[in-house]
Write a protein that binds this ligand. Structure first.
Ligand code: IPE
Ligand code: IPE
Ligand code: MG
Length: 253
């Protein structure tokens, strides 16, 4: 008998499993708007970056709670080096602090830290800290936090082309046998599945050289909220929006 008081548990379970099916496996985020967030308060840009680091902590926790396996965040682009020296060094220091402060929680939640981008561009102290935390968490498989640092998608694809050309030149690869898989295998983290959902904060409708190959079929979500204000609730709204999407992958179904 139907009852309003006692819900049909079969239906509840069905809805729950539906919701689970519509959860992204991999979320990528362009964390934008730190500077404008600070400016609106009359504060230095670095304050925005500091508060942005707190958003990253909050979203990482939310990924754990929602059972999202991969989180890739754009933290510093290959184009960001042109910013004033003081902002770049402030960001690099913040990154070091973030790694040190976050290590405990990464272990607690079994999160593996990884990076994409040109490691060699980063200051030696940042490289050391990154290498250390990545090695210390390398055995975790449940959750992955991927930091895009000195990252540029065109550089990533160019480096992949170079590696493939070397194999061809060495006679190890027939150009006619090059497939999409061959290219994907040469990108920074070939074992990581493509993002299902790409979020950009601060309202900008652009990709800014982020994961061009990998986001071919990602669902896009742009919110006007600045990154330092993007917390669990905003993230839950993005996930709810994603859950309603119908991914067709070229089909008509
Ligand atoms: C994103 O915030 C963080 C980085 C690019 C490092 P911005 O610093 O780009 O902030 P806005 O876009 O100037 O507000
Ligand atoms: C993209 O933001 C890079 C990061 C969030 C790290 P930008 O602020 O650098 O992008 P543009 O310059 O507005 O396209
Ligand atoms: Mg920006």
């Amino acid at each position: 008998m139907e009852s309003d008081v006692f819900p049909d548990l079969g239906k509840v379970a069905e809805n729950m499993s539906d919701e689970k099916q519509n959860m992204p496996h991999h979320v990528a985020i362009i964390m934008d708007g730190n500077g404008r967030w600070a400016k609106a308060r009359g504060w230095p840009r670095l304050k925005g970056h500091q508060e942005g680091a707190n958003s990253l902590r909050a979203i990482l926790r939310a990924c754990r709670d929602h059972g999202i396996k991969y989180l890739t965040v754009y933290a510093f682009s290959s184009e960001n080096w042109v910013r004033p020296k003081s902002e770049v060094s402030g960001l690099m220091n913040l990154l070091k602090t973030f790694l040190r402060k976050q290590e405990h929680e990464l272990h607690e939640n079994k999160v593996r830290l990884r990076m994409i981008g040109r490691m060699a561009d980063l200051p030696a102290a940042v490289q050391q800290e990154l290498e250390r935390v990545m090695a210390a968490t390398a055995h975790y498989t449940e959750h992955h936090l991927i930091l895009a640092l000195s990252y540029g998608s065109r550089t990533e694809i160019t480096e992949a082309c170079r590696a493939i050309a070397r194999e061809v030149k060495a006679g190890q690869l027939d150009p006619e046998k090059i497939t999409e898989q061959t290219v994907a295998q040469q990108l920074y983290l070939p074992d990581v599945p493509d993002p299902d959902l790409l979020i950009r904060t601060s309202g900008e409708m652009r990709i800014s050289n982020f994961l061009l190959w990998q986001i071919s079929y990602s669902e896009l979500y742009v919110t006007p909220v600045f990154w330092p204000d993007f917390r669990e609730q905003e993230f839950a709204a993005a996930l709810a929006d994603y859950a309603k999407r119908h991914r067709r992958f070229g089909d008509i179904k």
